[in-house]
Write a protein that binds this ligand. Structure first.
Ligand SMILES: Nc1ncnc2c1ncn2[C@@H]1O[C@H](COP(=O)(O)OP(=O)(O)OP(=O)(O)O)[C@@H](O)[C@H]1O
Length: 305
């Protein structure tokens, strides 16, 4: 089957500002694709190009096999980053309004329940908290039960419990076969929801892969952090490389079951420490490494496909 979302060597600028510098990606039907990257990397611009809100300067985009803008609107859901609905309507009225635009629509009350808006469905939008506003907007974007859903930072401003409730909503959609294109600054969100993650930096897609592939390729090693005033030289001979970072000494590549041995080795050397904590790399480490120095990928000549 042809990919549902395609960008092929896409370039887009705002005046002298190059926002997208040759981006190519393809998202398959039923896939959840998360786009991550620093502020200003071009995520919203790419979402706009893929949904037909902007026409790229160069390159090809397609959505459901057609140029964006020509695809059946019944099949698309879109939650832009800066979506601001009429302020004087209540969530119940707003979602009912969007549902009313389609022949086949979800029950607004059920949608509002799913996103956790039960108590505030009759409060005017202008009086809702930031998180409640965002949840209402998520519900509105789902009114037509879309086949393809674009959500640009859907959980920004939502408290941790509410964020998890929305993750459940997106997960259920994905399980039901909805293709989801998500941009987010929350690495836990990308790690939990995405089949594949793309990291955009300075308008270029630096790396793409499953969260596991990216962590394995760019996340670095697991390590034991030792809170100590001792010099890294004091760790000589323990059988592991060490480095000092963020006020701690990190013993690299320590497996969890070897923590006791390392602690005993430190004791034997008279290295005093206040605490030990073990860490394994995650998507945040990948983000911090690649966003800070996208050249790492080129240098390694290793882009996860
Ligand atoms: N309407 C606009 N006019 C001029 N420049 C713009 C406009 N929109 C975006 N830009 C610029 O294009 C670049 C990419 O912006 P974009 O909003 O796509 O990034 P982003 O990755 O979505 O950022 P954020 O994470 O902050 O939402 C930035 O340098 C931004 O300043």
């Amino acid at each position: 089957m042809a990919p549902v979302i395609v960008a092929d060597d896409v370039y887009e600028s705002y005046g002298d500002t190059v926002a997208l510098d040759g981006v190519s990606l393809a998202v398959e039907a039923g896939e959840v694709f998360a786009l991550i990257g620093p502020n200003g990397a071009g995520k919203t611009t790419l979402t706009r190009c893929l949904t037909g809100t902007r026409t790229p300067d160069d390159g090809r985009v397609s959505l459901l096999g057609e140029p964006p803008g020509e695809s059946a609107r019944e099949r698309l859901g879109l939650l832009p980053q800066d979506f601001t609905p009429p302020e004087r309507l209540t969530p119940r009225e707003l979602v009912a309004y969007y549902a009313g635009l389609y022949d086949d629509a979800r029950d607004p009350a059920a949608l509002l329940r799913e996103v956790g808006m039960d108590p505030a469905v009759d409060t005017r939008y202008e009086s809702l908290s930031g998180g409640e506003k965002r949840r209402t907007c998520v519900a509105a974007s789902l009114a037509n039960e879309p086949d393809v859903l674009f959500v640009d930072e859907p959980t920004t401003g939502i408290d941790p419990a509410g964020r998890r409730a929305l993750w459940d909503v997106f997960e259920a959609l994905a399980d039901a076969g909805t293709t989801v294109f998500l941009t987010t600054h929350y690495m836990a969100e990308a790690e939990r929801l995405a089949d594949r993650v793309g990291l955009l930096a300075d308008g270029e897609l630096v790396a793409t892969g499953t969260p596991e592939e990216l962590v394995a390729a760019y996340g670095g090693t697991q390590y034991l952090a030792v809170e100590t005033a001792a010099d890294p030289d004091a760790f000589d001979g323990i059988g592991y490389d060490v480095e000092r970072a963020d006020g701690e000494v990190r013993v690299l590549d320590v497996a969890p079951e070897a923590i006791g041995d390392v602690a005993a080795a430190l004791d034997a050397r008279g290295v005093a420490f206040d605490a030990l904590s073990w860490s394994e790399p995650d998507l945040e480490d990948v983000y911090l490494r690649l966003a800070d120095d996208p050249g790492v990928v080129e240098a390694d000549e290793e882009v996860v496909a």
